[in-house]
Design a protein around this ligand. Sequence first.
Ligand SMILES: Nc1ncnc2c1ncn2[C@@H]1O[C@H](COP(=O)(O)OP(=O)(O)OP(=O)(O)O)[C@@H](O)[C@H]1O
Length: 444
Amino acid sequence: MAKILLIEDDTTFVELLRFFLTKHGHELLIKNDIKSGLSALNEDTFDLLLLDYRLPDGTSMEILNYKSERALTLPAIMMTTFNDVRIAVKAVRSGAFDYITKPVNPDELLMIINEALLEKKNIENLSSLQTLPDFIEGDSEEAQKIQEYSSLVGPTDMSVLIQGESGTGKEYAARLIHQKSNRAKNPFIAIDCGALSKDLAASELFGHVKGAFTGAIQDKKGQFEHASGGTLFLDEIGNLSYEVQVKLLRALQERTIQPLGSLKNIPVDVRIISATNEDLLNSIEKGDFREDLYHRINEFKIQVPALRDRGNDIDLFIEHFVKQSNTELNRNVKTVSTEVKEIFHRYEWPGNLRELKNVIKRMVLLSPGEKAELATLPEEMIAAVNDQPQKNTGSDIKAANEATEKKLIQQTLVKVKYNKSLAARLLNIDRKTLYLKMEKYGIE
Ligand SMILES: Nc1ncnc2c1ncn2[C@@H]1O[C@H](COP(=O)(O)OP(=O)(O)OP(=O)(O)O)[C@@H](O)[C@H]1O
């Protein structure tokens, strides 16, 4: 049983949810707008948030922001209309556990709630998952490179920077590196820097002593100390404030930390793996990210490819996620129809593997038989594919162009012995564009 805060203004729908969720043993507190929702959140503790996106006094992004600022760990599920799916993806990036589109399928909602509660429990019980269940390697050249690089860099103590779009598997890659390291038996602690408020980030990383700031009622160890002997995974590192970046740099250089409010230097032995889905070089140019820290965390870079750039790896993931969903949902889907497969291959997957996993779970849930049909896919996904210009199936022009471009850049760089100004001139592009492309293709 979970204590759920439901923030929704559609009274009929509220009644339906109240009936359904209490029938399944959950306790519900219902609020109809952001203002009353926030004060409920402030006054009481809940296990889960169920949020309607559009509310009379704004959108639920405000609730998600409040949750991040306070570093509240309770999972939030966003309910949106079909047209709001992009917003829903944004919500997930802003810390929502998942989203569900309206009209809500009650079984699907229950499934997501159960998953969210399970994940919350797992995080609370074990912030370091030592095993990587069901890891799919992939056959594409890019995927093989991740394996190869992880094996090479794993046993070293080098700081690794993992770049890739949201949901591509950056945390999975980080766990893989940890597993291949000599630290594998020690903790792997993942911190979502995007979800930490400016004020809490330093205390979360380095700890604090009693009285260090209002609300610091007792000493608290930071994650650097908890990860001792192991790996600290800093996800969305670009979101750390400048002040915390300075402290982090000092911790990495001196291998000691100073809890807030303390003068004591505590030695730490932690390997740092960071991840970002933004271009940190851009952030450096804008003055948002320190260049010295960038070089310190980027002793080795791994680029995790977007799902749309992984060629036929998608077929392996489809098979894998279908099997996983069959087990979780007690279904028996053995194949997907040709139409479904075509949509999967043509869709752009802005949310990458996480989105594919969610779409497949929904598809499996809605498939009573052995074959998953087109009607089980979200309508907006089919519409998005149908709006795209038809691709030349079998030969992906974008991928082919990018491969040619990458090869040309590599050949030119070798020819001019990595003189980038000369290479840029020969390639007829400016230096900045060359740097961006080298970054994009992982050319060192
Ligand atoms: N190699 C893999 N094999 C199987 N499943 C994977 C693999 N990589 C990622 N996944 C699945 O995809 C989901 C997204 O992966 P992950 O959380 O590592 O992505 P991310 O890039 O760190 O996301 P974000 O940018 O939001 O932090 C995970 O829940 C995991 O189930």
